[in-house]
Design a protein around this ligand. Structure first.
Ligand SMILES: Nc1ncnc2c1ncn2[C@@H]1O[C@H](COP(=O)(O)OP(=O)(O)OP(=O)(O)O)[C@@H](O)[C@H]1O
Length: 252
């Protein structure tokens, strides 16, 4: 049986300590601090140019650390290797309508890493891809070119790509920008449903204060410069004792 420490439902998934970042001479982030715990849903709201995307890019390793520390799943980011544990949906992916990749190819590309890049796509990878397509209800358009899809369908494709490795942490950067209100609402419903029913942690930048406040409450738990953090804690869904019991039942 796993030790209780390993089953603690309040494990720190992301630790941001005194993180600062500048582009050339422009300081964008200044001493940002916060912690995201296992199964938390953290919403980030901030004014344009506050540095939200920059912060997400630092967390997913797309920008080099300049000052401060980021730990992911308890490991310093510079030595972190388990990137498949993190799914990332970047801010609005604008596809040229002639972009040749199909939905299936884009979703499968979420599984490529240094090891698998030059290997054939295995049957289990195909199965994982099929599962992600099904979860996002886009199996019917698997053969279509992504450039031909609507904004809402494209966002589903990118979410499927982020989910294909069954990540423990999903980082979403304004996933609903540029799509209509109805699709935005159903997308948000899907995300919150996943939060309630799957063992995943969410970090989401959004411009939609109503949706964030509706799920995460009206009071930001923390302010870092112009970046406001709203949180629904894991223990609102499940306490540690229940979680440990569930784990011990499932891994015995
Ligand atoms: N690659 C870059 N090179 C130089 N400056 C950049 C770069 N990316 C972003 N910036 C600048 O850094 C600041 C923060 O940008 P960032 O995209 O992180 O903000 P944001 O909070 O996500 O904004 P928005 O809500 O408009 O998406 C902005 O002033 C932006 O112009």
């Amino acid at each position: 049986m796993k030790s209780l420490a390993a089953q603690d439902c309040h494990q720190h998934i992301i630790e941001i300590e005194n993180v600062s970042f500048s582009y050339r001479n422009q300081k964008v982030l200044s001493d940002v601090n916060f912690i995201v715990k296992e199964r938390d849903f953290v919403g980030i709201i901030g004014s344009n140019g506050a540095g939200k995307t920059t912060l997400m890019k630092l967390i997913v390793g797309l920008l080099p650390m300049e000052k401060g520390n980021i730990n992911l799943f308890g490991q310093p980011i510079h030595s972190f290797k388990d990137w498949e544990r993190i799914g990332y949906v970047p801010q609005k992916n604008n596809f040229n309508p002639l972009f040749p990749a199909t939905v299936r190819e884009v979703v499968l590309s979420g599984m490529y890493n240094n090891k698998s890049l030059f290997r054939r796509v295995s049957r289990s990878m195909q199965q994982q891809c099929d599962d992600a397509l099904e979860v996002m209800r886009i199996q019917d358009i698997a053969g279509k070119r992504v450039g031909e899809l609507s904004g809402g369908q494209q966002q589903r494709v990118f979410l499927a790509r982020a989910l294909v490795n069954h990540p423990d942490l999903l980082v979403l950067d304004e996933p609903t920008v540029g799509i209509d209100a109805e699709t935005q609402a159903s997308f948000f419903e899907l995300i919150t449903h996943m939060h309630a029913h799957h063992h995943m942690t969410f970090l989401m930048v959004s411009h939609d204060l109503d949706m964030i406040e509706g799920y995460l409450g009206t009071t930001p738990v923390q302010k870092n410069g112009n970046i406001n953090l709203f949180v629904r804690h894991s223990h609102d869904l499940q306490n540690c004792a229940e979680n440990n019991l569930e784990h011990s039942l499932s891994i015995n």
